[in-house]
Design a protein around this ligand. Sequence first.
Ligand SMILES: *Cc1c(COP(=O)(O)O)cnc(C)c1O
Length: 377
Amino acid sequence: MESKIWLSSPHMGGHEMQYIQEAFDQNWVAPLGKNVDEFEIAIETFLGESNRVAALSSGTAALHLALVQLGVGYGDEVVCQSFTFSASANPIKYLGATPVFVDSDPDNWNMSPDYLEAALVDRIAKGKKPKAVIVVHLYGMPARMDEILSICEKYNIPLVEDSAEALGSTYKGRKCGTFGEFAVLSFNGNKIITTSGGGALVCKTEEEKVKTIFLSTQARDPAPYYQHSEVGYNYRLSNICAGIGRGQMQILPERILQRRANHDFYENLFRDTEAVTVFTEANEDYYSNHWLSSITIDGSLTSKTNYDMMAAFAAQNIETRPLWKPMHLQPVFKDCPYYGETVAEDLFNRGLCLPSGSNLTNDDKKRINDVISNYQF
Ligand SMILES: *Cc1c(COP(=O)(O)O)cnc(C)c1O
């Protein structure tokens, strides 16, 4: 059997071990230290404007602390894009609140502005004004931010951007992760850059960053003994992991171009296959990091499904994955309100994510090409 081609695997830049070694040499083997500080500065510099970044143990933790700071609590409602990974919605439940799910736009795959507004109008009419809206830039594709932001402004509801998959993507030239009241980044092992596990909360002010760090380090009051006036969390990023992050930030621009080149490879590969559409930016307003290159299969042009193609790749030891199963179809969220039709469900039923690592070799691409060349549509 040939070696496995992964969907998206870690890709080191070369300097990561040096920063980890530094942490060991200085014995900063702790969830604080120079690597954490420098990693935060590197992300702040990358995002620009006046964004402030708190490095945390995961993207999920970052979203949890965003919702805590927006005052989400027991019995509240939070609107969330249905077509996403469960980590976008789970922190709503951690706080005893209820997710209200919203369908996607068929071309953009992210939150439909129309269904968002329908949801807000209906929840407000029911006397339940949502405490926040969580929009996701799925697979790196920026959401329709102008419309989503103006709807959130109209109803005066804060927007949280789940930018876990979209570091380096831009909308109208502005970086994803800089639009929301808060934004979430993830450095899990499969993301565009990784700290093995980790995340960050992008804040608009230094005060919010300080507050995020305070909450993530058990919310200690300034006293000589351990005193707590608020519930704290243990969510700070390890200084060892942050060392990986410092090395990874140095090569982020290259990783974006490599992922985008994968997308171009798939556009070429499926150029003459009418039954397959490669997920692409609608126009120049959108610049995706193409974290995962994805396709949809048109069932009116072929009897083969996404699972047939998945099996053909698996037979050659090549990993692919169906698109995210929408949250409103998940057993764990079955009782949550949903606004929309079947856009996300339809994408889930006929989509597939293809190998997208920035470390894909020409040989890997040849093997992928061979599977498709031999595939009977
Ligand atoms: C990965 C991911 C997260 C969670 O990040 P972790 O660091 O794994 O906790 C949240 N939302 C989306 C859309 C993701 O892809």
